[in-house]
Design a protein around this ligand. Structure first.
Ligand SMILES: Cc1cc2nc3c(=O)[nH]c(=O)nc-3n(C[C@H](O)[C@H](O)[C@H](O)COP(=O)(O)OP(=O)(O)OC[C@H]3O[C@@H](n4cnc5c(N)ncnc54)[C@H](O)[C@@H]3O)c2cc1C
Length: 461
């Protein structure tokens, strides 16, 4: 499959006035890769991986390269990058990165696509606290526009589109056929596996302990420790890792937190996962991620989420109460402490929800029983209940914002929830590049123009 196949498909769709939907892995929890009656473009076979230590942005015309004050936008200093096709998955890139002795800022699961929803929606992973989100590391896209034209989007060429592609969401701007992303030198990556149970603290003590753990996550993220915890009503488990820190440094830093939990009556078990976990090996051994191993294939993908900030996380009593209610309503919680650090410090101007820059924890709630659902009615009821429950976290969140890739399909104010103050600018860019709404998905930038009715068809709103 090549870019010319994609161009031919887009031209065909335009000729017959067809809507286009794009899919790579089909992982999207909100079903944005689907489109009743659309021409589906499956990008999975757009392969190819190339490494370079002296990449400069793809040349564009002089007029595109200069801003009004005649300054060249992009620093043209040679950079270390990887250039890969629109259908590449993280597992392809991780094993190639191991051979190249480079690290790439990818997702936690090798099966996720590296160019589509993950990247265009934000893209968090093991190294986001250390080196930023996917959108902070991407340097250039090759994209087939809804007109069928092939465009280069970087800081010099179509800078507005480049801005939108970094956080504006997948399936919305064009079909990405190639991505250029920064690579980084490897470093040590020591880890500590931790599990915390109620011990002698009882239910109330456990809830307080969990709220305490959330309240110290800003300190962890500031220190450079991140993780993908799972929080159940009776156990908290995670692997915490810290690029560049020694095992001693990590132990010394985390020890007081363990002691505080023990003093509260909770039982803390931990064991070190030393340098076996170096940043290169982790690329090859994604199973070391303790956080996501229990996702079951075939789950309905029901979840809702909020980005939680420093201030909200300090309300230990308020949080303990809400955690109790969420557990009572049958949820498992995923308080991923993957922001702060480089995510907070990033100077990149992107279409990403600005709330990410003030967030520390991306917290999802998931109904535990969803793998047992057998009817659409059960799924729908659970979606509705989960959406209602997420509002309990609003008071701890950064402006009720959520990560658009791991969120509820039923968010009522989705433009604000997923994009915050960036939405109006994103909408203008959508109208410029896709005035006919050839690419339509929900909830995606510009999707309010149509309403999808029960027959699956789109009607002008
Ligand atoms: C097992 C699992 C693990 C996950 N882990 C993480 C994680 O660690 N970090 C994280 O941030 N998220 C994670 N996610 C969420 C993930 O980011 C989203 O599910 C994302 O939408 C997946 O993108 P995809 O391209 O692989 O999937 P798809 O379903 O194929 O596509 C998702 C969206 O992107 C569009 N798209 C796909 N390819 C292209 C392309 N080439 N050009 C333009 N649009 C395209 C589609 O139209 C759709 O809108 C995970 C999800 C799963 C199921």
């Amino acid at each position: 499959m090549s870019v010319s196949d994609v161009v031919a498909a887009v031209k065909f769709a335009n000729k017959w006035n067809l809507r286009i939907s794009i899919k790579n892995t089909g992982h999207d929890f909100l079903g944005k890769n689907l489109g009743y009656g659309s021409l589906g473009i499956w990008v999975h076979n757009l392969k190819g991986i190339k490494w370079s230590n002296d990449w400069t942005p793809t040349a564009t015309t002089q007029s595109q390269r200069l801003d009004k004050s005649n300054n060249i936008f992009e620093n043209t200093t040679a950079q270390s990058v990887v250039i890969y096709g629109g259908g590449i998955q993280w597992k392809d890139l991780y094993s190639a990165a191991y051979t190249q002795k480079k690290i790439v800022t990818g997702g936690t699961s090798g099966s996720v696509g590296a160019a589509g929803g993950w990247l265009q929606g934000g893209g968090h992973g093991f190294f986001s606290n250390y080196k930023g989100l996917g959108v902070d590391n991407v340097l250039e896209f090759e994209v087939v526009l809804p007109t069928g034209e092939v465009a280069i989007a970087n800081k010099n060429s179509h800078p507005d589109l480049f801005w939108a592609l970094r956080g504006g969401g997948g399936g919305t701007w064009g079909i990405v056929t190639k991505v250029t992303m920064k690579t980084h030198d490897p470093t040590t990556l020591n880890g500590i596996k931790i599990s915390v149970t109620p011990g002698s603290s009882g239910n109330a003590g456990y809830l307080k302990g969990m709220a305490y753990l959330l309240s110290v996550m800003p300190e962890w993220c500031d220190y450079g420790i991140s993780g993908y915890p799972l929080m159940y009503s009776n156990i908290f488990r995670t692997l915490l890792s810290a690029p560049g820190k020694t095992m001693d440094e990590m132990n010394k830093f985390l020890d007081p937190y363990g002691k505080n939990l023990t003093a509260m009556g909770l039982k803390v078990t931990s064991y070190p996962v030393p340098d076996a976990l170096n940043t290169l090996l982790i690329s090859l051994n994604l199973a070391l991620n303790d956080g996501l191993t229990e996702i079951t294939e075939g789950d309905a993908g029901i979840m809702a989420s909020r980005l939680l900030g420093r201030k909200g996380l300090q309300d230990v009593d308020g949080m303990a109460k809400v955690l109790g209610e969420l557990f009572a309503n049958g949820h498992v919680l995923e308080p991923f402490n993957i922001a702060g650090g480089a995510v907070e410090k990033s100077k990149e101007s992107t279409g990403l929800n600005p709330a990410w820059r003030d967030a520390i924890v991306h917290m999802s709630i998931l109904p535990l029983n969803q793998s047992k659902f057998t009817t659409n009615r059960q799924v729908l009821q659970s979606y509705v209940a989960t959406q209602a429950d997420i509002s309990m976290l609003d008071k701890f969140s950064v402006q009720s914002a959520a990560y658009l890739n791991e969120a509820s399909y039923l968010e009522p104010d989705w433009q604000k929830t997923f994009w915050g103050s960036n939405y109006p600018r994103l909408l203008k860019i959508k109208q410029k590049y896709d005035p006919n709404n050839t690419l339509w998905c929900y909830p995606c930038v510009g999707s309010e123009v149509f309403t999808r009715k029960d027959d699956g068809k789109l009607y002008i709103t």
